[in-house]
Write a protein that binds this ligand. Structure first.
Ligand code: NAP
Length: 259
């Protein structure tokens, strides 16, 4: 399928590894020039080099904490007016409802709700003026079906989802789409750290924790960053202009709902 986005420019946040990197690679494979971001410079530079060598696109790496105001300013200054925005950041830590104080919620809201909102606010006007733009927010399956130990994530990402539901309808008439991709478990470092939490809490091995998790996934496995990236590239394509304000689960069937 011809995605029609070769030569466009994308900002992909939190993209030196994992799902963000999967999205960056899939867009680069379609000929999209990238601004990539992560906090740690070394792995970010390496990922940027690998992607530009492999796909022949321009890649500008910007090391910054995307959840801080200064970090966002640095990234936005390097990015300029992009055609595509993929928002992402690390997820909040797991715990119990009794663990979380106001400060924990503020941190989670900043990272997983207010940061993507600030990035959209900065970048949507130029997309609307050009009459074409794509925004994909990486959220979580926890928006559709809560994951009890990820209460901070459940709360912050649901807030973002409400914002996108309304805003996507305000900008769609200008040729700009905003949608959310909801990952279920994918084989990334985040999954390793979540599984390590299960090992610790239940006194089981990593293999047991993974088998336990896979037993709840009809596909019988974890997803891959490549599969996730392919879905992102499709949503960013010129074929996806009629998909507005949707929440698309990539979870191997784990969330057991009809709709
Ligand atoms: P990951 O493999 O740990 O990768 C995270 C990436 O984001 C790294 O490149 C990391 O680099 C960067 N990053 C983290 N915090 C950042 C920040 N504040 N500013 C800039 N870059 C930052 O994680 P992942 O599995 O791809 O997860 C991505 C998102 O999807 C997370 O919010 C996660 O909670 C959510 N999610 C993941 C899964 C899953 O199964 N993997 C499922 C549901 C939801 P640096 O550390 O160098 O900054």
């Amino acid at each position: 399928m011809e995605t029609g986005i070769a030569g466009k420019r994308a900002l992909v946040c939190a993209s030196s590894k994992g799902l963000g990197r999967g999205c960056a690679e899939a867009l680069a494979a379609e000929g999209v020039h990238l601004v990539m971001n992560a906090r740690t410079d070394g792995p970010l530079q390496a990922a940027a080099r690998e992607i530009s060598d492999k796909y022949g696109v321009e890649v500008t790496p910007v090391a910054a904490d995307i959840t801080s105001e200064e970090g966002r300013a640095k990234v936005l200054a390097a990015a300029g007016d992009v055609d595509i925005l993929v928002t992402n950041a690390g997820g909040p830590p797991p715990g119990m409802w009794t663990d979380w104080e106001r400060e924990d919620f503020i941190k989670a809201l900043d990272a997983n709700m207010l940061t993507p909102i600030a990035l959209m606010k900065a970048l949507l006007p130029a997309m609307m003026q050009k009459g074409w733009g794509r925004v994909v927010n990486i959220t979580s399956q926890s928006v559709k079906a809560p994951i009890a130990v990820l209460g901070l994530s459940n709360s912050a990402r649901t807030g973002l989802t409400g914002y996108v539901a309304g805003t996507s309808r305000q900008v769609a008439g200008s040729g700009v789409t905003i949608n959310n991709l909801l990952p279920g478990i994918h084989a990334t470092d985040r999954a390793v750290s979540l599984d390590q939490g299960v090992c610790k809490a239940q006194g089981i091995t990593m293999e047991q924790a993974q088998a336990q998790r896979m037993a709840g996934i009809p596909a019988g496995r974890y997803g891959t960053p490549e599969e996730f990236g392919a879905a992102c590239a499709f949503l960013c394509s010129d074929k996806a202009g009629f998909i507005v304000g949707q929440n698309i689960l990539l979870d191997g069937g784990a969330v057991n709902t009809t709709l």
